[in-house]
Design a protein. Structure first.
Length: 265
């Protein structure tokens, strides 16, 4: 019988890493002259809300609007340079050891690993490369003349995540009923419904209720680890096959606090 390709789709924030990926870069963005101390404090508050209870759709929409306006005019090259220079210092202590183990297990089982995040491609793609992911679906900001306009070209959120997964599955030949999905947020129910093996990771209250109703296993990840001590660094040069059917500038997601088992044999 011919091999049927499958994949494991991971939300990023609070599923693979212990906080919002883009919010984590607020201080480096301030140091690089992109945002003010007031914006850093606002992002810290957004992070608190996100960690304590998760952000509902309305809260996320307000944060999305705030950040898309804030990043208007930012130089794209500067954002990418800041992310590259600070990536390990910012992200290393935040990666869940349990998530890294799952990613390794899926690769050993011959599955592709896909990171699916409402955060920006400029942040998500480097983190995904660190993790050894094969593809990325992320939000994408509009760019003109090397600067962000403040507009959003593609928003990888809620039902759009599921649609992007289905498009990627059609492109790569994934059998979704044999594939896996992991997320912490009720907004990702469409994403989890698109695969045959759905898992709620550190779920918010609404997703926990839905997981109980659907019989989805609930996983609790509690051990952040320094990634460089956990997995070898990727080789120099581009190794991530990022389709980036989405992506918002590092801060496009910033601060819109993107919402956000062991395997069957």
């Amino acid at each position: 019988m011919a091999h049927r390709p499958t994949a494991a789709f991971f939300d990023l924030d609070k599923t693979v890493i212990a906080k919002s990926s883009t919010l984590a870069f607020s201080k480096p963005f301030q140091a690089g002259g992109l945002i003010s101390r007031r914006a850093v404090l606002r992002s810290a508050y957004a992070q608190f809300v996100y960690l304590v209870g998760g952000a509902d759709h309305d809260q996320m929409e307000k944060m999305r609007q705030f950040m898309s306006q804030l990043c208007a005019g930012w130089d794209v090259a500067t954002v990418r340079e800041i992310v590259a220079d600070t990536l390990h210092n910012v992200v290393d202590p935040l990666v869940y050891d349990e998530a890294v183990s799952l990613i390794e297990e899926h690769h050993l089982a011959g599955r592709d690993v896909v990171i699916v995040s409402a955060s920006g491609a400029e942040v998500v793609e480097p983190i995904a490369e660190m993790l050894g992911a094969d593809h990325v679906i992320a939000t994408r900001m509009e760019i003109e003349d090397g600067r962000y306009t403040g507009g959003i070209e593609y928003y990888a959120y809620a039902e759009e995540k599921a649609r992007a997964i289905e498009e990627l599955a059609a492109l790569r030949g994934y059998v979704l009923e044999d594939s896996y999905g992991y997320s912490d947020s009720v907004t990702d129910v469409p994403m989890l419904e698109s695969v045959g093996h759905a898992y709620a990771v550190n779920p918010d209250k609404e997703l926990r209720r839905t997981a109980t109703e659907r019989g989805w296993p609930v996983l609790v990840f509690t051990r952040p680890v320094a990634l460089r001590a956990r997995v070898p660094l990727p080789p120099a040069g581009p190794t991530l096959a990022a389709i980036a059917v989405g992506g918002v500038v590092a801060v496009g997601g910033v601060l819109w606090a993107s919402r956000r088992r062991r395997l069957d044999a």
